[in-house]
Design a protein around this ligand. Structure first.
Ligand SMILES: [Zn+2]
Length: 491
């Protein structure tokens, strides 16, 4: 058994995987790309349709300006060049949910090209090229469940037909399933920052297909690739790629040949299955869409769109590290979403120590969220609340023990920090020297042996006295003050 695992590992190390990703992202326009039907998700089937998106004869498409602007904005965020003139093309194929018998897409003159994004890898940052970003319309949806007669029929919902999509095609620069996962994570983060899509994978607003092949290390020529389709989470894509690489290596090592085909991933079994032989581009008989003029995005329009480009996550992290003196880890957590980063920055500006706000998020918030299975956006304690707590802690009004207790109460009651702090009667640790001295005198009188040890030079015993006083004060005393008084009284 050990031998077989070893031989698999050594076979695998002889080959290098080559991975490229195709990501479809639904744009958040109010209406469809070529008609004025609503793009709303979840409406009753076939209620958001018209002759254009039903593909009825004679109906003509009219391009949605907003879809172009969203697509161009996303492309700019991915460092692409926007082509001044791009061409819509018909991609011909038959599928029940494609009423026209073709999809309007872009082919040899896409909207944008030559982009890249940076990902983190074990050996440092790596640039992944983006070949192209093009605009196209979505198809409808075949339904196999959830309606009467679903056992022996398939129903078609054409609400999605004509919803605007961008397809983002990467260069085959991705070398491992881990890098694919990282690429998808960064890509989604960037798109979310631009606001052009909600990237909701459950609702199909982000779909990723992976092309993968293996070749002997050092070989320039690509091996035959397979495409893994319809995987509905980034984690499953990573698993599917791991399986597929292993499968291809084993196949080649045993004298077989990889067939170019489309495969489906079964996440329950952790395996991919052959679905159909992969079409070549010429199978689609692409030709320019005769019903649409060339799309011209001139310099002036590009400049206008560029003004709406927000600060992107990577740049924002760098700036936040410099502005607030926080760590890279803090910056990473705090920029997970644009909203969270906005909230942190507005809280950090009003807080006395932005760094302490960031620390509290890491040390006191994330663990509590994880224990409750909550995302940071669902936290009962807002960034403003954390800033207020950080200020109280910074000023020595509350101790870190008190802060922990108050945060626990916030999570128990599902309430923000300021409210809970009020409800608890604005607790404050005692800076009342006379009452602390009284407690300390009691402790000294009751523990002559420890006093002797301290005076004999065992200064660590001080912590014993501090602890006893904190206990007597029920955690209300300011520990720093207690420390000072212990040194004064015994010294
Ligand atoms: Zn329509």
């Amino acid at each position: 058994m050990a031998t077989s695992i070893e031989s698999t590992v050594s076979a695998r190390s002889k080959y290098e995987p080559v991975i490229g990703l195709e990501v479809h992202v639904q744009l958040l326009t109010v209406t469809k790309i070529f008609c004025s039907c609503s793009t709303r998700f979840g409406d009753p089937p076939n209620t958001n349709v018209c002759p254009v998106c039903l593909g009825l004869p004679g109906a003509l498409p009219v391009l949605n300006r907003k879809a172009v602007e969203f697509a161009a904005l996303a492309a700019m965020a991915l460092n692409c060049e926007i082509r001044e003139t791009s061409i819509f093309a018909r991609k011909n194929y038959f599928y029940p949910d494609l009423p026209k018998g073709y999809q309007i897409s872009q082919f040899d003159k896409p909207l944008a090209e030559h982009g890249s994004i940076e990902i983190a890898t074990a050996s440092g940052p790596k640039k992944i090229g983006i070949t192209r970003v093009h605009l196209e319309e979505d198809a409808g949806k075949s339904l196999h469940e959830g309606f009467a007669g679903a056992t022996d029929t398939t129903a078609i919902d054409l609400n999605r037909s004509g919803v605007p999509l961008i397809e983002i095609v990467s260069e085959p620069d991705i070398a491992t399933p881990e890098e694919a996962y990282e690429y998808l994570t960064r890509l989604k983060e960037i798109i979310l920052y631009t606001g052009v899509s909600d990237c909701n994978m459950e609702e199909g607003s982000l779909r990723a297909d992976a092309n993968v092949s293996v070749r002997p290390r050092g070989e320039k020529k690509f091996g035959t690739k397979t495409e893994v389709k319809n995987v509905n989470s980034f984690r499953f894509i990573r698993e599917a790629l791991e399986y597929e690489i292993e499968r291809q290596v084993e196949l080649i090592e045993s004298g077989g040949k990889v067939t170019q085909e489309t495969r489906l991933y079964n996440s329950v079994e952790g395996k991919t299955y052959s679905m159909r032989s992969k079409e070549q581009a010429h199978d689609y008989r692409y030709f320019p869409e005769p019903d649409l003029l060339p799309l011209v995005v001139d310099e002036k329009w590009r400049a206008q769109i560029r003004t709406t480009l927000p600060e992107l996550p990577e740049a924002r992290r760098k700036r936040m590290i410099a502005d607030y003196g926080i760590t890279a880890g803090d910056a990473y957590t705090l920029t997970l979403t644009r909203t969270l980063a906005d909230q942190f920055e507005s809280a950090a500006k009003s807080a006395n120590s932005p760094k302490r706000v960031a620390n509290l998020v890491q040390s006191e918030l994330l663990g509590r969220l994880k224990a409750k299975g909550l995302e940071i956006e669902q936290s009962p304690i807002s960034m403003k609340g954390i800033a207020e707590a950080a200020d109280l802690l910074e000023a020595g009004v509350i101790s870190s023990k008190m802060l922990k207790d108050l945060f626990d109460l916030c999570f128990e009651r599902g309430k923000d920090f300021p409210g809970v702090y009020e409800e608890e009667g604005r607790p404050a640790q005692s800076r009342d020297t006379s009452s602390i001295e009284k407690f300390l005198d009691e402790v000294i009188a009751a523990n002559p042996r420890q006093v002797e040890q301290y005076r004999a030079g065992k200064k660590t015993v001080a912590q014993f006295f501090v602890g006893q006083v904190m206990k007597l004060s029920k955690g209300q005393a300011n520990p720093q003050l207690v420390n000072e008084l212990v040194a004064k009284k015994l010294g």
